[in-house]
Ligand binder design. Structure first.
Ligand code: ADP
Ligand code: GN1
Ligand code: MG
Length: 367
């Protein structure tokens, strides 16, 4: 176990340390909530950044520092904004660094805890979906004029579907824990759709869509809502880097419109709720319509299908490899997640015409 109190003492924390306990349901980092004694002092989020997944943590922290400062400066110019709650705020170490590297090679960082927030793994109302769309749309719009050098790629090829398919084929060839024979159906499912799923990558390669600064992990629990369920803050900025708008729109649609949990075992419960698709799209396009090109909007509905595919493929690959990447709670968890994502994709395939019609109606006023 880590000495969390000692680690916290490295940071410029105000108030007296009271307790630290595991927090949230992320699959990658170790997250702890730090409570302080004094009523008026901030509470904090302490995270151990997963350096197996993120190979260049100093570069990643520099991205986050630049992005959060840029957003903060925009918020400070707005009369009613509350920057401490509407963007993540890094708390520096005593020597002014954005992270602390301990003697065992672990990277730690601290954020102000955003108080009175609500975070949802499953969306239950169109208004929540709309708020999520508005927040992720606004996030991307605010970063469209980030000055300076391009952000570093914290995970190179993160949403590159060709690369993901290569890793999948490689895992199947090696089959290190002899699981390949048990998942024939899922393998067929992946192969049947592989060509179609390269669409966004090819559009990007041919410069038909522009590269932007994107979040790349826009699952719904990475946006915090306030006590009235109004959009408050976009969090989990480890993967903010160059990407296509479809990556942010797609991953949100995957998580926002699903009537069940990402890892739901009972596949009958997994469907895409078209009302939630409509509400999320409304919020997202309200904030990005002016910025997006015709071609980008043409492929938004398709992006919805891409993400259950790509994330399902990643869960399945991790399952074949023996579960090294995503945190799991039981033996077949990654397979269960993959199956659930593929069921969601089938549901979207059935409703694809309606998804396209909704985007068509919302595209008005686009370039
Ligand atoms: P992971 O990459 O593992 O998903 P996150 O950065 O998303 O890690 O953090 C995990 C959870 O911790 C989030 O889903 C959210 O509930 C909570 N969280 C993270 N940062 C904050 C913050 N600054 N204020 C309040 N809650 C936070
Ligand atoms: C991981 O960190 P978290 O739990 O928000 C993953 C995402 C997946 C998601 C699936 C860096 O996100 O890409 O979509 O799990 N993040 C990373 O739930 O791989
Ligand atoms: Mg998260």
């Amino acid at each position: 176990m880590f000495e969390l109190k000692k680690i916290c003492s490295r940071f410029r924390i105000t108030g007296t340390f009271k307790t630290a306990y595991p927090y949230g349901s992320g699959h990658i980092n170790d997250t702890y909530k730090i409570d302080t004694v004094e009523e008026e002092a901030h509470d904090y989020i302490l995270q151990r950044v997963n350096h197996q997944v993120f190979k260049n943590v100093p570069g990643l922290m520099d991205n986050i520092d630049r992005v959060t400062r840029h957003i903060r400066s925009k918020l400070e110019a707005l009369p009613d904004a509350d920057p401490d709650r509407e963007t993540l705020t890094l708390v520096p170490t005593h020597s002014g660094e954005t992270y602390y590297l301990d003697g065992s090679g672990n990277y730690w960082r601290v954020y102000l805890f955003i108080r009175d927030n609500r975070s949802y793994d499953i969306v239950t109302s169109p208004d929540q979906a709309y708020q999520g769309g508005r927040m992720f749309g606004r996030f991307q719009a605010m970063l469209s004029d980030l000055p300076g050098d391009p952000l570093i790629e914290t995970i190179p090829n993160f949403h590159n579907i060709e690369w993901r398919l290569q890793l999948f084929e490689e895992a199947l060839r090696k089959d290190p824990v002899q699981r390949a024979l048990t998942i024939r159906e899922e393998i067929d499912f992946v192969k049947k759709r592989a060509e179609e799923m390269s669409t966004i990558l090819l559009l990007g390669r041919e410069k038909m869509i522009p590269e932007r600064i994107t979040h790349n992990d826009t699952k719904f629990n990475n946006v915090l809502l306030d006590e009235d369920d109004k959009g408050l803050c976009v969090i989990d900025l480890d993967t903010v880097m160059p990407g296509y708008v479809h990556y942010d729109f797609g991953d949100s649609i995957r998580t926002t419109t699903n009537t069940a949990a990402e890892d739901e075992k009972d596949l009958d419960k997994v469907e895409m709720d078209i009302r939630l698709f409509k509400a999320y799209s409304e919020g997202f396009l309200e904030e990005t319509r002016e910025m997006l090109t015709t071609t980008e909007i043409d492929y938004l509905a398709f992006a919805g299908k891409l993400f259950p595919y790509i994330i399902g493929l990643r869960f399945l690959t991790d399952y074949i490899e023996g579960d090294h990447y995503f945190k799991i709670k039981h033996e077949h968890h990654n397979l269960q997640r993959a199956r659930s994502q593929f069921k969601l994709l089938r549901s979207m395939e059935r409703q694809f015409q309606e998804m396209r019609q909704i985007i068509e109606k919302l595209r008005k006023r686009s370039k």
